[in-house]
Structures are given as C-alpha cells and as structure tokens.
Design a protein around this ligand. Structure first.
Ligand code: BGC
Length: 700
C-alpha cells in the first residue's frame, strides 16, 4: 500500500458535505456508508448499514426492538433474528452492521433504551452475543457504543466518571462477552469516560479492548462527532473515523509530518482493518442473496413469534372468578379497542435504527384478523364521553397507550459550537463525482405511509431522553374512563423502556407491556391475548413505583458518576419495592421450582433442579440464577438463565453450567480479574425478588 492508500483506510470514503447532503435526502435508507475500499489492490473495505431492529437501508423486515427481544430471554430466537437481519443486510449490499447495541440501561429514561436489551450485564451480553452469531453468518457485526453511553441528550458533552470495579464488573462485561464471540468491529461512543472522549480513549481502546481482552478486529468511531483530535484518536487505537473524510483528512497528514502521530500507528490501524476483512473473506465473498430474501414470509413469521414472545403480562386479575386473559374468541360478542396507537404503526425511534418496513400490522389489524370486523370497534379515545359509552357496551375493553418516536429515541439537537469547528472546507470535486456515481447505483426505497405522515422536523430532531417515566395525562384519563365503564379492561403498553403504572394499576383487570413490537406487533400481541402463545416475556428491567426509587438522571449532565448500583441491584440494596421486579412476568399457567443442587465442578458451577407446570395450560418460564457475593460492598449478580417450555402438568429438569469467571471480581490494585472465593449465596429464582427462590450456599 502506498502511504495515501494506508491513510485512505483510516476514515470513511465519502466526502463530508456531499455525504451530509445525501443523508438529508433520506440517504440513510438508501445506501450503506463505505470505508477502506481500494480497487487497485482488491481491498473491498466495508459497506455499513445500521440496525438493530432490522436493515436500515431499503425496505427490510422490522423486528421488535432489542428491549422487546431482551424480554424473550431467548438467545436461540435472537440468533435466528440475527441470521435473518444478516441475510437481509447482505441482500441489500451491506457488509458491516451497527446492529449490536449493548449499552446498559442504567436509567429507564435513557432515550435509546429500546436499542439495548436491558439493565443487567450478563443478560445483555448473552443476547448481544447471540445476535452477533446470527449476523456474522452473512456480514461483519459491530458492537456499540464503547463505553458508558446511556444519556442521549448529553451524549456529545458528558463525561462519565467510573471506577475500575464498576467498569469491569458492571459496564464492560457484556462488551467482553461479545468480543469473545468474535465480533468484527467495535464502535466507540460519543461521550467521554474518565476525562477522555471514547473515540480517543487509549485506556478503553488499547489497554482494555486489545491489551486485556485480546480484541483483534477494528474500531470505528461513532458518526461525525466521534473524535475531535485526529492524532490522539489514532494513537489511542481508533482505526477508522466514520463516516466521512472529515477530521483525519484535514489534520492527520500534518500531525504525521510534525511527529504528533506515527506511521507505525497508521500501519497498525490499516492492518487491523485489512486483517479483519481477510478473516471474514469467506463470509464476504459468499454469493449475495436475491432481493427476495428481504422481508420474506419466513422473516415475517419470525418477527411475529418474537413479538408474541416479548409481551410481558404484568397483571391478570379475575373478573367473575376467571382471569380476564386469555380471551376466548368463541365467547366474545364485542371488543372495543381504544387509543390512537391501536391503529398506528409504532416501530420505535426515527433515528439511526429506523427501519422502513412496509405492510406493518397494528393491534387493530391483529384483532380484525382474529375476530373479524363485526365484533371489533375502534375508538381513538379523544372524546371521553364517547369512550365511556363505547366501553360500557363491550364485553372487553382494550386500551393501547404509550410512547412513540416523538417521546424517546436517538436525538441530535442544536450542534454545540465546539463541534462545528470539526467540519472541513469544501469537498474534493473528484471524490464527489465518484461518490455520486456509487450512491446512484442504489434504488430509492419506498417511503412507508407511517414515515410519510411524520412531520418534516421528525427523525433526529425528535425523541431523546424521557423527562417522565409516566404515561401522558391524556392516556391516563383514557384508562380511568374505560376502566370505570368496563370491568374487563386490558391495558396494552407500547414503548421502549419502563412505564410507571402507579396512577391506574389497580383499576384495570390486565396489563401487558408490548414494547415496540415490529412489523407484526399486532398479530403477535393477539397471539398472546387470545392464548395461542402463553405469555413468556419477562422484564429485562425493573419497573419502579415512582421516579424517586431511581438514581438521578440529568439529561444535560456535563459530569456524572456511574457506580455499581442501578436497576435490580439497587432495589435489593435500598430495600425498596419496585412496581414490577426485574425478570418478572406472569403466565396463563403456574410454575413451581423444585429443590435445587449447586456444585462446583472444575471451573464451573453445576446447577440441577426442576420446574413444574402446575397449571392446565402448556407454557414457558424463564429460570434465573442470581448470586450474592461474600463481599457485600459488591452488587449481587445474575449469572445464568434458561427459558424452559413445560407442558401442562409436566416437570422439566433444569441443568445449567455456569463458568466461575462470571463470579470473578476486579482487583483494582493489580488491574486484573480475581477468582471468586468464599461463601456465595446462589438462588434459583423466577425473578429478582422471588421469595420462593431455591437458595443454596456454595463455598468457593
Ligand atoms: C449513532 C450510532 C449509529 C450511527 C450510524 C450515530 O448517530 O449513535 O448508533 O450506528 O449514527 O447510523
């Protein structure tokens, strides 16, 4: 490689201004972002498209958001979703995807909560690794955002102060897990950690990622504002600035001349990129599938299964001695469904994870499919007098409420002054010509009706962090009104994170959290409402009773400390009771855990037990293993889980092998992991606050 070619590998191929203009013209959904392509040498570089709910370019299948998939606690299903998204990416012309988003949900108000799997590092790591496995059968995957990125509105400015123990025991283990799975690339975060921007943070990108974990892939920056100093970013271990020729193209040549950056580092970065392309050569060279692979009926089926399995049943009280759910279509003469969202395609945020899926089916579509138009009436919920009358006449009332992309999601507001200076002067006209020829080869995707209806200001200028974890007052009024008129009121929540239910919980018979359920959200939900699928979704986050139970969440923070205590660990520590604990979810049947045995065998904990379905319906439950460490200054851990299907009245054996390293602690003096020692209290449970858990003390 000539020096120019080596430098060419170090940033995106597109010129900045032409690239930005293309983005403004829906370019995000049309063509991938390319980098490192050198035709003279046959180096293909990569073509990046986002995720994580499907393929962002073209009109792909939209799966439920990761938080919903986190609620399935089903890594096998997640791997199948990864395989489907990977195939669609490949058919769309992408070779690298940013679909693996695993930042921990430190606080449920985080605007991008929907893009990750939950609040616990073990669970998030397992799900992210499963997605990576599936994706990497077809393309390279990129895990993001490394690290401690969980305040959206402040992401370009905030510094996260975090000590070595919290970092290695809470905020990094899931990244390590996915690196060990063989992920091709890591995307650095926008925020800074302990005083240095993540895109130029040597400690994170070199000492931990490569030095300690042995990561051999390449690191890309987050988009546009992911680094500020060309030389520093290179010397810190960031390989490719994305997505344009921006900061490095302007400043790196001079920095190299002046000795602020070294050619050895240029070579190391270019080598890491090319070496990874070689490692994935077989995957990348395999034939590109036909476009019929995109949004195929198989993928729709998978999306529907995931939507159904993600639904968490939070409450199901008897009315006239029988739980209100599941509904029996043969006994139902009328069902009234309330709320705009019932007839609204509600897929999640309108930022980088937006998927332009076509033919999406709403809750109303699902209901019509099961019980037909004569027995369903839809009311928007705007006129409460009409609502009360309609609710009073129906056998069952379903209220669909919650959030949309206007309430939460990725957010770019006004660009801070100091970032504006990162932009270059004019583009090189030769590059612009080449770039325009490249993007012209990609067809314009169809704009789905739900996207066409968005206000002009939508996408990155809406959403952001939530200011409140409660429903909008109009939604709450709607629930009060329907519940007062109909005893069989079922509330369906949509949204990417926790919603506080305190004001109305006990007025209604049933509550289900249905998240952003993807293109088959409606039919998937109806599979649960009508009992085709037993609700086996379990919360991947704790739902608080009120905001004061959580750590402070400052959406404009310039500085924040991340400690070891958030989510279910914090509830355990403070002794407060959440509205619904981590790992919780009801079923239409009932389960009982049998006595468990826990033994150390070599480097593993071996756990044996049983789960009995004590009810009269087939069902599935998620058995969770928690451990309290002898040192109580450290948070307890989730160390394993398994989703088990059990036929009515049957008993299944449980058998889990848990590597002891999941119990390791961080030694901040020697800067390494320390093997577990002492008496650990291991509970085999059905959620984080399960008083019927099987508890075994294990000496290590
Ligand atoms: C987001 C990333 C995303 C990238 C490219 C950024 O704004 O933070 O998550 O992968 O854009 O779309």
């Amino acid at each position: 490689m000539t020096p120019e070619e080596r430098l060419w590998c170090l940033d995106g191929d597109a010129p900045t201004w032409a690239g930005l203009t293309f983005l403004d013209q829906d370019g995000y959904h049309r063509a991938p972002f390319t980098a490192g392509r050198i035709d003279r040498l046959g180096v293909p570089g990569f073509a990046f498209s986002d995720g994580p709910r499907g393929v962002v370019i073209g009109n792909g299948c939209c799966f439920p958001v990761p938080m919903a998939r986190g609620a399935t606690w089903d890594p096998q299903l997640e791997e199948a979703i990864g395989d489907a998204i990977g195939l669609e990416l490949k058919a769309s012309g992408a070779t690298l995807t940013g679909a693996v988003c695993v930042n921990l949900l430190r606080h449920p108000a985080w605007g991008r909560a929907q893009e990750t799997y939950g609040e616990d590092p073990h669970h998030v790591g397992v799900m992210g690794a499963a997605l990576t496995r599936g994706l990497q059968r077809h393309v390279m995957a990129c895990v993001k955002h490394f690290a401690c990125n969980s305040i959206e509105d402040a992401r370009f400015m905030v510094d996260v102060e975090v000590d070595e123990i919290a970092l290695h025991e809470v905020y990094l283990p899931h990244f390590k897990h996915i690196v060990e799975e063989g992920v091709a690339a890591v995307m650095s975060a926008y925020n800074s950690v302990n005083g240095e921007w993540c895109g130029q943070n040597r400690f994170l990108l070199t000492d931990v990622l490569r030095g300690e974990w042995g990561f051999s892939g390449f690191v890309i920056s987050d988009w546009i504002f992911g680094l500020r100093d060309a030389a520093k970013s290179l010397m810190a271990g960031l390989d490719v600035e994305m997505p344009y020729r921006m900061v490095r193209a302007q400043h790196l040549p001079t920095a190299l001349d002046e000795g602020e950056a070294s050619w050895d580092h240029v070579d190391a970065a270019a080598t890491r990129l090319v070496a990874t392309l070689l490692r994935f050569a077989e995957v990348l060279a395999s034939p590109r599938p036909d476009r019929s692979a995109i949004d195929s009926s198989n993928h729709r089926g998978l999306a529907r299964l995931a939507a159904a399995r993600s639904v968490v049943l939070l409450r199901n009280e008897p009315v006239d001695a029988t739980p209100v759910l599941p509904l029996d279509p043969s006994k139902l003469s009328s069902l009234a469904v309330f709320g705009h969202l019932a007839a609204h395609v509600n897929l999640g945020d309108a930022g980088s994870s937006d998927v332009w899926a076509l033919g999406c089916r709403t809750v109303l579509d699902g209901l019509l499919e099961v019980i037909g138009p004569d027995r369903v009436v839809h009311h928007s919920g705007d006129d409460l007098t009409g609502v009360a009358a309609t609710a009073a006449e129906a056998d069952v009332a379903v209220v669909v409420v919650g959030n949309t992309y206007l309430d939460e999601g990725e957010f770019i507001g006004e660009t801070p002054q100091e970032l504006l200076s990162l932009f270059p002067g004019e583009d090189d006209p030769e590059l612009v010509e080449r770039y325009e020829a490249e993007i012209a080869a990609f067809p314009q995707p169809v704009k789905p009706p739900h996207v066409a209806r968005r206000p002009a200001s939508a996408s990155f200028a809406t959403g952001g962090d939530r200011r409140s974890l409660r429903l909008a007052p109009t939604d709450i009024d709607l629930i009060h009104t329907v519940a007062a008129a109909n005893r069989r009121t079922v509330v369906v929540l949509q949204g990417g994170s926790a919603l506080i239910v305190d004001e109305w919980e006990y007025e209604v018979a049933a509550i289900l959290h249905a998240w952003y359920g993807g293109c088959e959200a409606g039919p998937g939900l109806c599979d649960v409402l009508f009992g085709q699928v037993d609700p086996s979704g379990r919360l991947p986050l704790s739902v608080p009773r009120e905001e004061t139970q959580l750590p402070v969440f400052d959406t404009h923070a310039e500085r924040v400390t991340y400690d070891r205590w958030h989510g279910w660990r914090r509830f355990r520590r403070t002794g407060q009771t959440p509205a619904f604990p981590y790992g919780f979810g009801l079923s239409y049947t009932s389960f009982e855990l049998g006595p468990a045995e826990v033994a150390r065998v070599g480097d593993e904990l071996q756990i044996e037990g049983t789960l009995t379905n004590t009810g009269r319906r087939d069902g599935a439950d998620v058995v969770q293993v928690y451990a309290e460490l002898p040192d109580h200054s450290r948070p307890p851990r989730l160390i394993g889980f398994t989703r088990v299907e059990v036929a009515a009245g049957a008993q299944e054996n449980l058998s889990l092998r848990i590597p002891l390293e999941r119990l390791a602690t961080r030694d901040p003096v020697r800067h390494c992991q320390r093997a577990p020692e002492g008496t650990h209290r291991v509970s085999i449970a059905r959620h984080a606050e399960d008083s019927r858990a099987q508890v075994v003390m294990v000496e290590l």
